[in-house]
Design a protein around this ligand. Structure first.
Ligand code: DUT
Ligand code: MG
Length: 241
């Protein structure tokens, strides 16, 4: 069945092979349906948290629980279906747009592809391409802008209607029209889903239910935008200085 979408880190320690600790005693809990923003300086450990949830790597100490179950005891195929991921550098495959949404999953038919593309605002730019859904793209994007690649990645991540959505927000600048399409899509696709988003834009962070501020692999602060501003700590410095 569908996950409820609760995520819990319990005293997680993590290091990449042969390196120093990247995450140090990290504990937090995300309730089903909540949106949590991860912020912090470059190298703070934000992407590493996502890498662990997706099981690209496993923790060295501690536990990660989804709906109360250690993710090491879950089937990879379940995790892949229930956790939609959009990476910072959107990865495309050479092939057409349709293929880049459904990949090798034949369960996802043309109707479904259009439905998720509409839902994520990708449909609009796809319709402007000469070959529409059959437009060929390359691994490096081809005729797609950074913002369009992001919208396409949203569609791919949403194809399975995952209970959990993990987003590493793109840092690259996009034009204002695409920016507003992305913001609009973000509000829609995070609704009713547990979302963890690595946020670079203040507009995204402000909308989060909870903000986790990482500093050198540790959680330094946690709270809402207002609470953290009031604290005048690291978050305040990151966003206002
Ligand atoms: N690191 C490695 N090996 C890797 C990836 C990262 O040693 O394969 C190091 C780099 C850094 C730390 O882990 O010192 C945390 O990296 P992470 O990518 O988690 O940082 P971030 O917060 O996502 O930084 P950015 O804002 O630059 O994306
Ligand atoms: Mg990162």
């Amino acid at each position: 069945g569908r996950f409820r979408g609760e995520i819990e880190f319990r005293n997680v320690w993590f290091a990449y092979e042969g390196e120093d600790w990247v995450l140090k005693d990290v504990s937090f809990k995300v309730e089903p349906g909540e949106t949590v923003a991860l912020v912090g300086a470059t190298g703070a450990g934000k992407t590493s948290i996502i890498n662990l949830i997706c099981r690209f790597y496993d923790v060295n100490r501690g536990q990660i629980l989804v709906d109360g179950v250690d993710i090491r005891d879950m089937r990879q195929s379940d995790l892949r279906r229930q956790i939609g991921v959009v990476q910072q550098d959107v990865f495309l495959f050479s092939g057409d747009i349709k293929y880049n949404i459904r990949l090798n999953d034949t369960e996802i038919d043309d109707e479904k592809i259009r439905e998720v593309a509409r839902y994520t605002n990708a449909h609009r730019f796809i319709e402007t391409k000469p070959n529409k859904y059959d437009e060929e793209v390359t691994e490096r994007g081809g005729t797609l802008s950074a913002g369009q690649r992001q919208l396409l990645a949203f569609a791919r991540a949403l194809a399975f209607d995952p209970a959990i959505l993990i987003l590493d927000e793109a840092t690259s600048a996009v034009d204002t029209e695409t920016e507003s399409l992305i913001q609009d899509a973000l509000e829609k696709i995070t609704r009713g889903r547990t979302t963890i988003i690595i946020a670079h834009r203040l507009s995204t962070v402000q909308h989060a239910d909870k903000i986790i501020v990482l500093h050198k692999g540790r959680i330094r602060e946690c709270g809402t935008h207002e609470e953290l501003l009031e604290k005048r700590g690291l978050y305040y410095k990151l966003y206002l200085l």
